[in-house]
Design a protein around this ligand. Sequence first.
Ligand SMILES: *Cc1c(COP(=O)(O)O)cnc(C)c1O
Length: 387
Amino acid sequence: MKNDFISYSKQTVDDDDIKSVVNVLRSPFLTQGDRVPRFEKDLSRITKSKYVVAVNSGTAALHAACYACGIKSGDEVITTPLTFAASANCIIYLGATPIFADCDNYGLLDPEKVIKKISRKTKALLTVDYGGCPSHLKELRQIANRYNLILIEDAAHSLGATFKGKPVGSIADLTCFSFHPVKLITTSEGGAVATNKPQFYKKLLLFRNHGITKNRNEFISPYEGPWQQEMHILGYNLRMTDIQAALGISQLKKMKKFLGLRTAIARSYTRNLQKLQENELIDLPKVTSNTTSAWHLYPLRINFNKTKYSKKQLFQKFLENGVRLQVHYPPIHLHPYYNKKYNLKKGDFPNAERFYNQEISLPVFPALTKTQRNKVISLVEKFIIEN
Ligand SMILES: *Cc1c(COP(=O)(O)O)cnc(C)c1O
């Protein structure tokens, strides 16, 4: 991969980040030292959630969250098809069945479609803050309350976003973050679960560490001595290292700045591309009311019936000009694994499929320069208007 390409996202790592990581490398603890608890505390303050458990990926965060709320074989969890495979894979990891409900024009799980998919087996709703915009959390909460379901939020895109003034992380029963390099802040690989419920917190801790507790108050057998530890459930090693957490602590200090830069880029795209929307050539991304987006993506939807180039040709044109676009997402139900396993097919979720067919993600990341941004804007204008 040529690195002078402008891609849809990339990390920003500075000398302070490097110093923090190197300090850990010189310290006695590369893992299970004090950085992970500090990172968790910082995240808990920023997300206004009582408890945060850091893990080694966003996928691990989703897996642990599904475990913590008791999802098991025979259960169903309702989620969106317009997301990364991990949002649904985590349900299958626990032997449960993902049930898809279509998305709306924001690319978000549609609460009305969710209601139609509820059955006696439904245990939880797993919504995804597509592109960085918070889900329809008010409606989903009402549905969850009415049917006694747990609300899980895949907030891999939406760290820093707000819903009615509240930070993402303080709203759902369990909120999952990812710190992969394309996300708002990075720990290289990494993730975290935020919750306000102590019963979930306890289970997350166990699940992250093989199901083993070292807490004397929790022992089932008589106390034998300070070496004692007991395994209570089948957990995994989902632990984050102190090297990763040190990077996370340092990155979090720049979170507001990163958010501001992403927002400015998104606003500039919107301002400059407005006229193409007026000509019905494109649909600009919208943000739901009373929310702020973290602008993980700038998902442009293009009316390819009216353009000279097909999606494939447009992608190629951008590549030839040094811009590597991305598409989010091939709907999950069309992945061969899913359509074979659950007998899903094209046409099952028309909104997600239409969204996917029309969507391209323009580059958004803190280090994108004004010149690069203007280049992207001119390329969009050029290739979409061209007839
Ligand atoms: C990135 C991402 C994940 C997975 O996160 P990893 O840290 O890569 O495991 C899950 N869901 C969504 C929507 C994502 O974008």
